[in-house]
Ligand binder design. Structure first.
Ligand code: GAF
Length: 386
């Protein structure tokens, strides 16, 4: 893949580019907790986007999407939202860098990779982080990685219109080989945990559906959480986000809550507790207990947070009945995309086959399956001057 990107770059622009890579992510547990200032446990995976870029001596940004076979050019003095959807993830990053006072001179870019779009593996975060990382290197901007992550997140807010939390961009930039990273989304402190992959694999089952509710319901969930925080804050001034709330507080003030808002808040408080417990499981190497928490997370996402869908529920239910599976749940924002499954190594092939058959029989859709390996976050692949 990287060779194809570089060849295309040379064919189009005739120069030797800098090449960087930026991965997609999985999240083991801790869903819809990031924008509630809580905990997440993601990892970067071997589904990646490559970027070839070099200065062009003009004031233009010329981009070519290898996957879509489309090009677009933009004047760097007038960076604003575009009608070209894929370009907005790139333009958003440039806008953030410019706003922070960095001069971005003209450059040519070819990018492409193998992160399936719409599967909940954060292809958009990978695009944002990859370009931020690449420009930081190309123009020696000396921006630290956490600031790049924040800029990438802002790019998503302002140019893609999704009010995401920080998890996806953080995982893409800070992922580490064979480790998961527990991120405290309030303090942005993080800690890597070993994920002992000797006896099992991470299997992603891609439903191939993305229900249109996804982005409107995402924003609704954020509002419901804020409503819950406002109620608790009146009684407990120290509660400024659901991260600060406890199940006891919620139970104490339940009468003041709309029942829907109540179950949203209860889910988030429980999910944060699950992430903390899951990290202790990893320290004890108790993968059975870890897997149980994944199943419990799905139950909460299905019944209390209500961001699942029949396709995801079907796969999670079937996984639960299969003794090859330690844990499984829907992953990411919801309403489609993938389930993440921890599957015993010697049963991976049979499990995928069985799930594919059952899914096709039930929904008439051929699902896709990926075996995810955990890799490092965004990095330099090669540089003509190095
Ligand atoms: C999407 C968002 F981009 C993340 O920030 C996170 O909120 C996730 O949904 C749900 O956990 O991937």
């Amino acid at each position: 893949m990287v060779q194809d990107i570089v060849s295309k770059y040379k064919e189009l622009y005739r120069l030797d580019p800098v090449v960087v890579r930026s991965p997609g992510r999985v999240n083991l547990i801790g869903e819809h907790t990031d924008y509630n200032n809580g905990f997440v446990l993601p990892a970067a995976i071997n589904k990646e986007i490559y970027f070839a870029l070099a200065p062009n001596g003009t004031n233009m940004f010329n981009a070519y999407s290898f996957d879509l076979e489309e090009s677009a050019s933009f004047d760097l003095d007038k960076i604003e939202k575009s009608d070209i959807r894929w370009a907005n993830y790139l333009l958003g990053v440039i806008a953030q860098l410019q706003r922070a006072g960095h001069t971005i001179k003209g450059f040519n870019l070819v990018f492409g990779g193998d992160i399936p779009i719409g599967a909940g593996l954060s292809s958009s975060a990978a695009v944002e982080c990859g370009l931020a990382y690449g420009l930081n290197y190309l123009y020696a901007l000396n921006i630290d990685k956490l600031d790049l992550v924040k800029m990438a997140q802002k790019a998503e807010h302002e140019f893609a219109g999704v009010m995401c939390g920080i998890m996806d961009q953080f995982a893409s930039m800070f992922g580490k080989y064979d480790r998961v990273v527990k991120l405290d989304c309030r303090s942005l402190e993080y800690h890597y945990y070993d994920l002992d992959m000797h006896d099992y694999r991470i299997v992603l089952l891609d439903t191939q559906v993305k229900h249109s509710l996804a982005s409107s319901e995402y924003n609704t969930r954020r509002q419901e959480c804020e409503t819950g925080v406002a109620i608790l804050h009146q009684h407990h001034p120290e509660v400024n986000s659901l991260r600060d709330a406890t199940l006891e507080m919620l139970a104490q003030h339940q009468a003041e809550f709309d029942p829907v808002v109540y179950k949203r808040c209860k889910y988030v408080v429980e999910e944060n507790l699950r992430v903390e417990g899951a990290c202790q499981d990893l320290e004890r190497k108790d993968m059975a207990a870890f897997g149980e928490k994944m199943f419990a997370s799905h139950q909460g996402l299905q019944h209390d947070y209500e961001v699942s869908c029949p396709e995801l529920d079907f796969l999670a239910d079937l996984a639960r009945k299969n003794e090859a599976v330690l844990g499984a749940r829907m992953m990411g924002g919801g309403f489609g995309g993938c389930t993440i499954n921890l599957v015993k190594l010697d049963q991976v092939g049979a499990y995928i086959q069985q799930m594919e058959d059952a899914y096709e029989q039930k929904f008439g859709i051929k699902m896709k399956a990926y075996i995810a390996e955990i890799v490092n976050g965004s990095s330099l692949v090669s540089s003509p001057v190095s």
